[in-house]
Design a protein around this ligand. Structure first.
Ligand SMILES: [Mg+2]
Length: 382
């Protein structure tokens, strides 16, 4: 069996699908993307393609090593996302060839259903309460929201009050019938992170995500010492070789690798196993499309330490397309009380609607996150 073709399709809202064809007619799908840099990742995919074209798709481990080590330079958001999408398609093909879901190839189920959470609010975290009420009607009780808008390295008491008031109203309204994580989104620098974590502690969030940027990971153990809130991070780390420093230093309780950013299933199942050895929970990052989510679920269902799965149904980024728009088996993705069952179909478990993907790719927008600035005109973290 040989890989004969790799095609990429950039589609709304901000995703990219990869289609891998074989000489035996079996097709695999992946989702390699960095949000806002889809074209760059697309170029990287086609630069990596010669490592796998004409090769046996069942030799995933060898192909992964060839892509990672073969080009001398490695790692980082772009290259590891390109590898991720190719890797996902390889696992999809292997599962389809053998007629089993990928989790069977990884040792089989460790749980019967996986807990997910839903985003509420948006970039400007205002109308959280109304959004939570709507989702609760659908049985969802676990949420994530942005903790603050832009926050300066040293900011005002009024800004802190606003951030705290938003969270306080949730506990006031819903008590302990809901659980939520708070995403600082890298908007908070170390001095204010200490302040905000202390102020938010009484509301007992499930976690605070990216309390500071991953590039300031040396603060994670110090912040963890200063708060009882579990700290989460990982969406901006891209391989075992980055995550190992987080494990060594400590401070992170919930690891959030992204299956479309951090080398795919082959790499993330190893990252998950490393986390388990350090008593660190797993909650894969996934504000992306259905192939990325399916890849996450394959790892969740074989990882004992997986606690929560992010998913993008109704997320504020999904302008122009929704998670299940490109899927012909949406019934397999239905949430029940916020949980999802193992995807039953062979491979990744997604039947991609090829016609829709190809039609949507004809006028895909170039999504970009906004550029925020502080009141003084200087650039703020979004
Ligand atoms: Mg985040």
């Amino acid at each position: 069996m040989k890989i004969t073709e790799i095609s990429t399709y950039r589609v709304p809202p901000r995703w990219m699908f990869l289609r891998m064809e074989t000489d035996e007619g079996i097709v695999g799908w992946g989702e390699p993307v960095i949000e806002g840099k889809a074209r760059t990742v697309e170029t990287a995919v086609h630069e990596l393609a010669p490592y796998v074209m004409g090769k046996d798709p069942l030799r995933i481990n060898d192909l992964w090593q060839a892509m990672y080590r073969g080009g001398f330079y490695r790692g980082g958001a772009i290259l590891m996302s390109a590898i991720a999408g190719i890797d996902q398609a390889l696992w999809d093909i292997k599962g389809k060839v053998l007629g089993v879901p990928v989790y069977e190839l990884l040792g089989g189920l460790v749980r019967d259903r996986m807990k997910t959470y839903s985003w509420v609010g948006g970039d400007r975290p205002a109308d959280i309460m109304a959004a939570m009420r709507t989702l609760m009607e659908g049985g969802i009780s676990t949420f994530k929201m942005n903790g603050t808008e832009e926050l300066a390295i040293i900011d005002s008491s009024a800004r802190i009050d606003a951030a705290v008031a938003r969270i306080a109203q949730i506990r006031e309204e819903f008590g302990s019938t809901v659980e939520f994580g708070i995403d600082f989104h890298g908007r908070v620098a170390a001095p204010m992170a200490r302040v905000l974590l202390r102020e938010l502690e009484p509301f007992r969030p499930l976690f605070v995500e990216e309390p500071v940027l991953a590039e300031q990971a040396e603060y994670y153990p110090r912040l963890a010492e200063s708060t009882s809130i579990p700290l989460a991070a990982g969406e901006r780390m891209f391989s075992r070789f980055e995550f190992k420093h987080v494990f060594e230093r400590g401070g992170i309780s919930i690891l959030q690798p992204d299956l479309s950013h951090a080398g795919g299933i082959t790499e993330c199942v190893k990252i998950a196993a490393m986390a388990e050895a350090y008593d660190v929970a797993l909650a894969p990052h996934c504000p992306l499309g259905p192939v990325a989510l399916a890849a996450c679920l394959q790892v969740d269902f074989v990882s004992h330490n997986a606690v929560l799965q992010e998913q993008s149904m109704g997320i504020h980024y999904n302008k122009g397309a929704e998670l299940l728009d490109y899927v012909r088996n949406p019934e397999d993705f239905q949430l029940r009380d916020g949980y999802i069952a193992p995807l039953p179909k062979p491979g990744l478990g997604v039947i991609v609607d090829e016609d829709k993907v190809m039609a949507a790719s004809r006028n895909a927008p170039d999504w970009r996150n906004p550029l925020w600035r502080y009141a003084d005109g200087s650039v703020a973290e979004w």
